[in-house]
Design a protein around this ligand. Structure first.
Ligand SMILES: C[S@@+](CC[C@H](N)C(=O)[O-])C[C@H]1O[C@@H](n2cnc3c(N)ncnc32)[C@H](O)[C@@H]1O
Length: 354
């Protein structure tokens, strides 16, 4: 991080028993912090976490928990800082966001999905960052930062620089997570950031979520200083009718419909290389990752959790039956159900130097 030792500041471990499958990963990784009871369920031994070392160890366990049942919850959160233009929101207001804003998921369910999402996608994003000429002084912005995992990783990469994490839903962004990390509540479709203010802009899975992705991309390109880099990652859902099993085709079709009904564009990934060029970026590179059942443990865990948590919505909408979902979950780990339903695009480019 910034060279300063991190303190636990009252942080605690939270375990969701409805999600835990008793794999024992936590006890094996940190026997000082976790113990399985007689029924194979973990108990947290030290609450709150005693020191920075325990905090680090608990976070490592949370990252590795195969079902996303474990989470480290901050005891104290520092004040949100503000920079640039737009309306800033103090971090305590994150508590005021209601469930209505987050659709039908409970906060615990959202946290579980967030954790599995980070497990699945962060390494990939970090691998792209390795290819960029990061400087410790860079100013970065994570647009639509979500739970803020990448914003925190960026803050580690630029110990003498700054990271701004913006989202219109900042419940999961930890404002005090790093000295050089600023959290701001901001609707990026309505508010702007100062031109030429950043050396790096990250847009991960956010262009697919806004109505006018070209407008956001054009503006985000203007936020870059000459010579700065922009990385965007997003999805291209393959046609569901080409899937290898009838059940897989039905489930993917239903998921796609729900995704689109929520206002998201499930096919933007493929357009990104050309859109970055059109926005004026140069030196554009692209990598693609296959996603879907059988495409890795972390991918399966995320998909499984999504189906367990969000599947009922698909049943309620008449898109699937409970049996369809159970069949999909049962088949997920079998080779004959292995499929590439989606391509995960990572595309990056550079604003021409002055
Ligand atoms: C799929 S999540 C991705 C989160 C994060 N980028 C990541 O990959 O971990 C999309 C994020 O975009 C945010 N978002 C969507 N529309 C937005 C808007 N108009 N202004 C700011 N954030 C927005 C959502 O709140 C959500 O956190």
């Amino acid at each position: 991080m910034s060279g300063e030792a991190e303190t636990s500041a009252g942080a605690r471990v939270s375990i969701d028993p409805s999600v835990c499958r008793g794999t024992g990963t936590c006890e094996a990784m940190a026997p000082d912090l976790f113990r399985l009871d007689g029924e194979g369920r973990p108990r947290a031994l030290r609450q709150p976490l005693a020191d920075g070392q325990a905090l680090e160890a608990a976070r490592a366990v949370a990252d590795c928990c195969p079902t996303g049942a474990i989470e480290v919850v901050s005891g104290e959160q520092g004040p949100a800082h503000t920079t640039g233009t737009g309306t800033a929101t103090p971090s305590h207001q994150t508590q005021e966001t209601t469930m209505a804003e987050s659709g039908t998921l409970s906060e615990a369910e959202e946290r579980r999905i967030n954790r599995l999402w980070e497990n699945n996608y962060d390494d990939r994003t970090l691998a792209v960052l390795e290819r960029l000429p990061f400087q410790p002084t860079w100013r970065c912005v994570d647009v639509g930062a979500g739970s803020g995992s990448m914003a925190r990783r960026l803050a580690e990469r630029v110990p003498r620089g700054e990271v701004l994490a913006v989202d219109n839903d900042i419940r999961f962004l930890q404002a005090g997570a790093a000295r050089n990390l600023t959290v701001r509540r901001m609707d990026v479709t309505r508010e702007d950031l100062p031109a030429a203010d950043f050396d790096f802009v990250l847009l991960r899975a956010v262009l697919s979520a806004v109505k006018d992705p070209d407008d956001l991309l054009d503006r985000a390109t203007r936020w870059l200083a000459p010579g700065g880099w922009l990385l965007t990652e997003d999805f291209y859902f393959m046609p569901s009718e080409d899937g290898p099993t009838a059940n897989g085709r039905k489930v993917v079709e239903a998921y796609l419909k729900a995704f689109e009904a929520g206002g998201a564009n499930p096919r933007i990934g493929r357009l990104l290389p050309s859109r970055l060029a059109r926005a004026g970026l140069e030196e554009i590179s692209t990598t693609i990752r296959p996603l879907g059942p059988g495409q890795g443990e972390a991918e399966n865990a995320l998909m499984r959790a999504r189906m367990e948590i969000q599947g009922q919505g698909l049943v309620d909408n008449g898109l699937l039956t409970r049996e369809d979902i159970d069949e999909f979950l049962d088949a997920m780990d079998r080779p004959e159900a292995c499929d590439v339903t989606t391509l995960g695009f990572s595309v990056w480019g550079r604003r021409p130097p002055a």
